[in-house]
Design a protein around this ligand. Structure first.
Ligand code: F6P
Length: 552
């Protein structure tokens, strides 16, 4: 396939279009009756097990999907990413989040320069700074230890670190390292988020980390000014030097804001915001909370998946298999959404993070060459931890719309509870659901089964479950820092694979610009109306009416 041609014009794509019609003729419960098929749809890596046998797919489907990967030059695209080529063409940038977690002695070239030493310079600086703060050798302006951190940032400068923090919070090893400390995240420009974050905090013991790749994001900068004022009002303006640090690619703007450049932690334009958890964006606040050694384990976990993704044959490559399955479900079965269902409360912020990584990356309408694509790309992602989700939206998943599901389970609980006299422990109870739900979705329940159970005839259709609903199950050995890093990298690369196959640019985000620039116009209007009493003008009838009501 020529690089500018659309993937939907290839033989492999058309072959899959025809093949899906064949697949639709066989119910998943029948596919599941073949143990050889099921065995071939399991992959083990580093203690984790992926079972994707509950997909409406056969061994032949995968042969065809691998052909599609070949047509899409998937291997070449992965290699280009790892070798620092400028694959984010619309922003003229390389895409090197893998360099953020590469071992110290790795060599990853970008623009003729090995970037790994720069990465480790920043990691070493974070290590040093976080140890100083944690040990009390870096003190606040009044001589008190800085035990509390507020990380200000939004989107990619917030969601990933929040997911990792939430997952580490209940890991016994990490929790031990975090004793006596707290980490909060201020994202929304809504003053309520500011109020929530400062409630119960003492400026004397608080360190504020301003996280913004561009250092221009309106919400983050307003929140940063608000927190600067909160510190200055209480401790005096000189205290800012001890109480505020920054993470950014835009160090001149950090300095202009009034933060000492020595207290700024850099990253690079080859790191996309939503792929920046492993840069100082996540590593700084998380190291302040848990210590660098815990965060290093997280980076090692992510790196282990990078190596797996880069080297494993596609048939054994977890991110590649999951990416191909997404393409299969979205573009051939026509399922627009997917549910991310971790059976672990510690992963409650995983789906919100993946929503951004996936939907900002792959929610595109044109190919990387700017040609309109005549097929749907991207997925609608949502999710909740099990079992909570079961009591919320699973009704629709079982009997309403078909939503492919990602079941993520953990063998060893972070916080096991054994109650005397209970037949199973609490984690077993949770995991019973993890094992049951995928089969309920796949097999369903037939009218015949219901009749045999003497269900009254008028309830038969209500109680019928169609089944034939795809899912995969990913079983992790535990949920420590290392496994959390692995889970992150699996999804990052899976989303990359989807974009590589669809032939879109998964690494830009032009779709967020229009709303931002319209908000700038509204902001100007609000300002001139409030300060000079100028009338509302330049907006349509509807927006003008709303604005007038707001200003009344
Ligand atoms: O609005 C989307 C976005 O541009 C994301 O891609 C990014 O993660 C977020 O805003 C925050 O940007 P910054 O880190 O530059 O403040």
């Amino acid at each position: 396939m020529a690089s500018s041609a659309l993937i939907c014009g290839t033989e492999a794509w058309n072959d899959l279009k025809a093949h899906v019609e064949e697949i639709k003729k066989t119910h998943l419960r029948d596919l599941m009756s073949d143990p050889d098929r099921c065995r071939s749809m399991m992959v083990e890596f580093d203690g984790m097990l992926l079972d994707y046998s509950r997909q409406c797919a056969t061994v032949e489907t995968f042969e065809k999907l691998f052909k599609l990967a070949e047509e899409a030059h998937l291997k070449e695209k992965i290699n280009s990413m790892f070798s620092g080529e400028c694959i984010n063409k619309t922003e003229n940038r390389a895409v090197l989040h893998v360099a953020l977690r590469a071992p110290r002695d790795a060599v990853i070239q970008c623009d003729g320069k090995n970037v790994v030493p720069e990465v480790w310079n920043v990691l070493d600086k974070i290590h040093d700074f976080s140890e100083k703060v944690r040990s009390g050798s870096w003190l606040g302006a009044t001589g008190k230890a800085l035990t509390d951190v507020v990380s200000i940032g939004i989107g990619g400068s917030y969601l990933g670190p929040l997911f990792v923090h939430t997952a580490l919070q209940t890991d016994p090893e990490a929790a031990e390292c975090a004793k006596g400390r707290q980490l909060r995240f201020l994202a929304n420009v809504d003053p309520i988020d500011v109020a929530r974050n400062i409630t119960g905090l003492n400026p004397e013991t608080t360190l504020v980390v301003v996280v913004s790749k561009t250092f221009t994001t309106a919400e983050t900068m307003l929140n940063a000014r608000t927190m600067k004022e909160w510190i200055s009002a209480s401790l005096g303006p000189e205290a800012v030097a001890k109480h505020m640090v920054a993470v950014s690619t835009n160090l001149p703007l950090v300095e202009k804001f009034g933060i000492d450049p020595n207290n700024a932690f850099a990253f690079w334009d080859w790191v996309g915001g939503r792929y920046s958890v492993c840069s100082a964006v996540g590593v700084l606040p998380l190291s302040l909370q848990y210590g660098f050694s815990v965060v290093e384990k997280f980076l090692k976990g992510a790196s282990s998946i990078d190596q797996h993704f880069y080297t494993a044959p596609f048939e054994k490559n977890i991110p590649v298999l999951l990416g191909l399955l997404s393409v299969w479900n979205v573009s051939f079965h026509g399922y627009p959404a997917r549910a991310i269902l971790p059976y672990s409360q510690a992963l409650e912020k995983f789906a919100p993070h993946i929503q951004q990584v996936s939907m900002e990356s792959n929610g595109k309408g044109v190919s990387i060459d700017g040609v309109s694509i005549p097929f749907e790309a991207g997925e609608i992602d949502f999710g909740e931890p099990g079992t909570n989700g079961q009591h919320s939206f699973y009704q629709l998943i079982h009997q309403g719309r078909v939503i492919p599901c990602d079941f993520i389970g953990v063998v060893k609980s972070q916080q096991p509870v054994y109650l005397q006299g209970e037949p199973v422990n609490n984690h077993d109870e949770l995991m019973s659901n993890f094992f049951a739900q995928p089969d309920a979705l796949a097999y369903g329940k037939t009218p015949e089964q219901l009749q045999n159970e003497n269900v009254p005839p008028h309830l038969i259709t209500h109680k019928t479950f169609p089944g034939n609903r795809p899912s995969f199950s990913l079983l992790l050995p535990s949920l420590n820092a290392y496994n959390i890093g692995q889970l992150l990298a699996i999804y990052e690369h899976r989303i990359g694979v989807e974009g590589f196959i669809w032939g879109i640019n998964s690494f830009d985000q032009w779709g967020v610009e229009l709303g931002k620039s319209l908000a700038t116009q509204v902001r100007k209007q609000l300002c001139s109306s409030r300060t000079k009493g100028e009338p509302i003008q330049g907006f349509n009838f509807s927006t003008s009416t709303l604005l007038k009501r707001y200003l009344e």
